[in-house]
Design a protein around this ligand. Structure first.
Ligand code: S3P
Length: 177
């Protein structure tokens, strides 16, 4: 399979984009790029620091800059932050320069995973236990419509990351020829 475009992984926080993206990139012999990590490298700050220092708007601008610069780089597997597809023009740009895959994970699975990983996520870190579920449910419901505009929708629920990668490779083979 000759991949001549980017493969974008989109989905809510905790849907497995980075874990699966890394493995998929290895399997396809492509570079792996994580938008959050790239933005942190360029800014010289963590995502938490950017949110608390310059605010969410500034972070979203950095995400958009990252995406526009990416169009000219060689084909890669790109895991993008959960809020990325909602930026104006972002989905269009991703569709133009690559194939967009949505890792679709249920609300309950996301909540279970995210409760353990909320410290690195500025949108979640200050939520109390009782606020957590309604917040994630509400944000997910606002975003699903965007995520579903992906070319490929892959459930990521009970399978291991490696199993999912094999499924993705099969689907990619059908789509890219
Ligand atoms: C965000 C998701 C995070 C990160 C930032 C905002 C969001 O990325 O970009 O904390 O708005 O959903 P992950 O989806 O990789 O956790």
């Amino acid at each position: 399979m000759k991949i001549q475009q980017h493969i974008f992984l989109i989905g809510f926080m905790g849907s497995g984009k980075s874990t699966v993206g890394k493995l998929l990139a290895e399997r396809l012999h492509l570079p792996f790029i994580d938008s959050d990590k790239e933005i942190e490298k360029t800014a010289g700050k963590t995502i938490n620091e950017i949110f608390s220092g310059e605010g969410e708007e500034a972070f979203r601008r950095l995400e958009m800059t990252f995406l526009t610069q990416l169009s000219s780089s060689k084909p890669s597997v790109v895991a993008v932050g959960g809020g990325f597809p909602m930026l104006e023009g972002a989905l269009e740009l991703m569709h133009e320069s690559g194939l967009v895959i949505y890792l679709n994970t249920s609300l309950l699975t996301l909540i279970k995973r995210l409760k353990e990983e909320k410290q690195d996520r500025p949108l979640l870190r200050d939520l109390s236990d009782s606020e957590f579920h309604p917040f994630v449910e509400d944000l997910l419901s606002k975003r699903v419509h965007f995520y579903k505009q992906a070319k490929l929708i892959m459930p990521n629920e009970r399978n291991s990351p490696n199993e999912l990668v094999e499924k993705l490779v099969k689907e990619l083979n059908k789509l890219i020829d």
